[in-house]
Design a protein around this ligand. Structure first.
Ligand code: AMP
Ligand code: MG
Length: 413
């Protein structure tokens, strides 16, 4: 076997890919556009949270000392000198021996040091009977107790979920600098392909890969866009790709990377010298193209069979997109499951089989296979919810043994 015929392992190819993936310049986005992204700046609070002492309950603002002797049998009665509602624009004040009716979130009046909740009073309007002593500071949310002015709020690298977006809004940030979603452009190649929405004539195939791969890229965190179908034509392919260079952080093609006479992606891009076509020791997904166009935009040329295309995406593209997003864990989490049936696997090749993973009644997971060997089988692909990963050295999965499973969970981003 010639040296260049040696198959590259999945791990080797992934290293080549990841080494060539850089980061994208941070951008400023509004809060909801930043959801799911990683912060690219350290953020501190300009003002304290809460920014004024306020009530934690609906009740009466009092001086704790005035309620010292209150019991339910012998309540302390105080004159109510006014109401303080949330949104009060200035701080009210009250003297000793008095009370103010106060709502949750309303500023504590000067002169008060506690709030006695409504339920411990007779809810009186002019005078209130208080049934127990209030503790100093009771039901008072102190200025800065959540976050002091100038204190660090979120550090660069923080993932922005609902909780973090709440904090950013609370401290007055409506825009933040984040690692952006890579713009991924998806192109299907093949002269047999037609757009969805038409009934295929003899010999025609509806392009399903671009929907699958765009959805997978979006799920991985990318800003994914399909740009349709290109026939197996050298010049058209190069032209279309070139037109997208300015708009893309990553280019993805499917089809045309095998040994066939019309495998135009491989022919056309090999000539450029910046895209390498490799055989990877995996099944499905052996032929892989990867490199750069315009010297800086990474391009992945995935095989055309739908199952091969998705497995290739999972193995190489998803980790690359996650690296661009700045994520620390690039690989999907795996679980161990009991194989409910046996299967054979070629030696020296990492096999990815479509599976149906479920929780066993007694705990743990079980997995069965769907779809067999054919990487054109889209209906069974649609039944699967995971990939079963059979390591290179294994030639067989024994029914009842533990296998490694990669659940294809949706991120619901
Ligand atoms: P190729 O990799 O171009 O040799 O294509 C391999 C197989 O995948 C062929 O049967 C193609 O018709 C099919 N195929 C390629 N591209 C797509 C696509 N975008 N959608 C559905 N099937 C495809
Ligand atoms: Mg083709």
């Amino acid at each position: 076997m010639a040296d260049d015929d040696r198959l590259r392992t999945v791990d080797e190819h992934l290293s080549v890919v990841l080494d060539a993936i850089g980061s994208i310049d941070p951008i400023e986005l509004t809060l909801l556009d930043a959801q799911g992204l990683l912060l690219a700046e350290n953020i501190s609070a300009d003002f304290p949270l809460p920014s004024f002492d306020n009530s934690a309950m609906d009740g009466y603002a009092v001086r704790a000392i005035d309620t010292r002797d209150a019991t339910s049998a012998d309540p302390v009665r105080l004159q109510v000198v006014g109401d303080v509602a949330a949104g009060a624009k200035s701080r009210s004040g009250m003297g000793p021996g008095l009370a103010m009716r106060i709502m949750t979130g309303a500023p504590i009046p000067a002169g008060a040091d506690a709030v006695i909740p409504l339920e411990d009073t007779d809810r009186g309007l002019a005078r209130v009977a208080i049934n127990r002593p209030a503790r100093t500071g009771e039901c008072v949310r102190r200025t800065g107790e959540d976050l002091a002015a100038g204190a660090p709020a979120l550090a660069a690298g923080a993932a922005l979920g609902p909780q973090q977006l709440a904090l950013l809004a609370a401290i007055g940030r409506d825009r933040v600098t984040v690692r952006p979603r890579p713009r991924v452009i998806i192109l299907s190649t093949g002269s047999e392909l037609i757009e969805v929405g038409h009934r295929p004539a003899f010999g025609e195939v509806i392009d399903s890969n671009s929907y699958m791969i765009a959805a997978a890229a979006k799920d991985a965190g990318a800003d994914a866009r399909r740009i349709g179908i290109v026939a197996d034509d050298h010049a058209k392919l190069l032209d279309t790709l070139e037109n997208q260079l300015l708009r893309a952080d990553v280019l993805l093609t499917t089809g045309g990377v095998s040994m066939g006479a019309f495998d135009v992606v491989k022919e056309a891009l090999s000539d450029l010298g910046t895209v390498e076509f490799t055989k990877v020791a995996m099944q499905p997904g052996k032929p892989q193209g990867f490199g750069h166009l315009g010297n800086k935009v990474p391009i992945f040329c995935l095989p055309g069979n739908p199952v091969s295309s998705l497995v290739s995406f999972e193995a190489f593209v998803r980790p690359a997109i996650r690296k661009m997003l700045g994520k620390r864990s690039l690989q999907r989490a795996t679980v161990q499951a009991v194989a409910l049936e046996g299967a054979r696997s070629p030696h020296g090749v990492r096999q990815y089989r479509r599976g149906v993973l479920h929780r066993e009644a007694g705990g743990g997971y079980g997995v069965s296979f769907v779809g067999g060997a054919g990487s054109h089988l889209i209906a069974s692909l649609a039944l699967s919810n995971c990939l079963v990963v059979v390591p290179e050295e294994d030639t067989e999965v024994v029914a009842g043994s533990q296998v490694t499973v990669m659940p294809l969970l949706l991120s619901n981003r």
